[in-house]
Design a protein around this ligand. Structure first.
Ligand SMILES: Cc1ncc(COP(=O)(O)O)c(C=O)c1O
Length: 444
């Protein structure tokens, strides 16, 4: 596995990749791609034959693991029978997947626009909210990620937005429900949003949130937060958009993060787990009322690959697999065990500052000081060259056979929903060893 000196030890494919393909969100000189040759169950294997437990489901998306044969078969069958038809034609996979999403999403969410990435799902949500309300502004939060293109990066709050600023106008940022790291109590941060909406006048189309913040640190709000947020948004004539790109499809132990709080948003975005990452597929689903609006108001939006038949076939087979294999329930059941093992890590490693999570979606936040919060990785580091101690912890876990994603100051644990207790134990053992790196880097 290539680490350290970025150009050293690359095999032929890795070197070709480094030369001809851009690495994402990276200084290209620092890109050191590792060639993966196969995957199976909750593991994947590099070109040297080393196997790793996938403790983050790649980018928090391979919710079905890597052996969902029904999805692979559905893709092959659709590709052979009709790989592509323009969005103006109906296909069985798209129609039935639309019906399925109306079924598994909460409340009266009923009609879907399909696209190919979480980014595009958010772009569609922003346009739909503006068309429906006739208003222009969006309130989102600082510790958030909603996508990489003009609109979705403008509503993103994390440091990745800075290079794209000023972004599109009217995108306003609010504080977050982050009990460990913010000066505001989570419920105070919510009342702040109420005040923001009042001060903006009747100009805000929607409030956009991840029901449980994902890449910005697995921030789980108190139970009353999301219902109250919907109330506040509606009181001010704004919609609630829940970005479920990461929290959807069993990640939280429920179908969606919104279900955890018993809230039906006006618009929901999905991607990642929607196809179990077997194909690029995303969805923007709206309530009956919003759907009705577009009966006689044009939906001025679309893509060549909107509702791509192969991707929709993957999505339909994926949702059927969640259902047939009871994976949502499994995520909820496995949660307690995973949480217990994470607590063990917190008990034995002084550099674990905070742990939080729900379902199979957990974060381990590190600290330099045992008497308080002093992050090893900051938002500024995210844009700097070089690696942080948090990166080194993740690299050490990898050397010990476990892949765990990390962002800013938090390790993100979000395994495939098919993970067993034995795999959890093996992965926790690797992180246990890796946390010695941060323990020994703590301030004296
Ligand atoms: C909550 C959320 N929204 C949107 C996106 C963007 O999705 P994509 O990378 O598929 O464009 C992500 C990606 O991580 C995400 O976590």
């Amino acid at each position: 596995m290539a680490t350290g000196d970025y150009a050293a030890d690359l095999n032929e494919i890795e070197a070709l990749d480094k030369e001809y393909v851009f690495g994402t969100w990276a200084y290209q000189s620092e890109v050191a791609p590792t060639q993966i040759v196969e995957s199976d169950g909750v593991t994947f294997t590099d070109a040297d034959g080393t196997e790793y437990i996938d403790f983050s489901a790649q980018l928090m998306c391979s919710n079905l693991g890597h052996s969902a044969d029904a999805v692979a078969d559905a893709i092959a069958e659709q590709a052979q029978n009709g790989a592509y038809f323009a969005p103006g034609f109906a296909t069985e996979a798209r129609a039935k997947l639309g019906e399925k999403l109306a079924d598994v999403t909460p409340g009266n969410l009923s009609k879907t626009f399909f696209s190919t990435s979480g980014t595009e799902a958010v772009e569609a949500a922003l346009k739909i909210a503006k068309f429906y309300t006739g208003k222009d502004k969006i309130i989102s939060r600082y510790r958030s990620y909603h996508g990489a293109t003009a609109g979705s990066i403008s509503v993103t709050g994390d440091p990745r937005r800075l290079a794209a600023e000023p972004g599109i106008p009217g995108m306003i940022k609010a504080p977050d429900p982050y009990a460990y790291g913010s000066t505001l109590d989570p419920m105070e941060s919510l009342e702040y949003i109420d005040e923001m909406l009042m001060l903006e006048g009747d100009t805000v189309a929607a409030v956009l949130v991840e029901p449980i913040v994902g890449s910005n640190g697995i921030l789980v709000p108190p139970p009353e937060y999301l219902p109250r947020l919907k109330e506040i948004a509606h009181d001010h004539g704004a919609l609630l958009i829940c970005d479920e790109v990461m929290t959807g499809f069993g990640r939280t132990g429920e179908w969606f993060g919104s279900d955890v709080y018993d809230v039906t948003p006006d618009i929901m975005t999905m991607a990642k787990g929607l196809s179990g990452a077997y194909a690029p597929l995303a969805a923007t689903t709206v309530t009956d009322e919003i759907a009705d609006h577009f009966e006689d108001n044009m939906l001025t939006h679309g893509h060549t690959y909107a509702g791509h038949p192969v991707a929709c076939a993957a999505g339909l087979a994926a949702v059927e697999t969640y259902q047939k294999e009871n994976l949502i329930e499994r995520s909820s059941e496995m949660s307690e065990y995973l949480e217990g093992r994470i607590d063990d890590l917190a008990d034995s490693h002084p550099s674990v500052g905070d742990t939080r999570g729900i379902g199979l979606f957990h974060g381990i936040e590190l600290t330099k000081r045992s008497d308080g919060r002093e992050p090893f990785g900051t938002r500024a580091d995210k844009l700097s060259k070089g690696s942080t101690i948090v990166d080194e912890v993740a690299a050490t876990a990898l050397e010990n056979g476990t892949y765990v994603a990390n962002m800013i100051n938090t390790l993100i644990i979000s395994p495939p929903l098919t993970i067993t207790r034995e795999d959890v134990d093996a992965a926790i053992d690797a992180i246990d060893v890796a946390l010695e790196v941060s323990d020994s880097a703590m301030d004296a």
